[in-house]
Design a binder for this molecule. Sequence first.
Ligand SMILES: [Zn+2]
Length: 108
Amino acid sequence: MNDRAAPRPPMRTCVGCRARASRFDLLRVVAVENGTGPETAVVLTPDRRARLPGRGAYLHLDLRCLDLAERRRVFRRALRLPGPFDMSVLRQWVEQQVAVDRGTGGGD
Ligand SMILES: [Zn+2]
């Protein structure tokens, strides 16, 4: 094994299972404001390319981790959300990715 100065990927903690992992193995999640004024909704949005500004929370691409994060309400704390937020986009996205990974996402 070569153990020379290979740069290690930055480590992040999954907000679901609390395990540490390379940030490249975790999905970055950000809160995006959708709409304006009193109609503004905060939508948790997957940010796979880590390009969206703002605070990010990191999560395994795993529904169990998403469930844990939801049950513990960690997104509110991790992303400092002042009010209600919508997880449906994120959940749908993760479900889709998990289905693709299992090769069961083909039928439409
Ligand atoms: Zn996890």
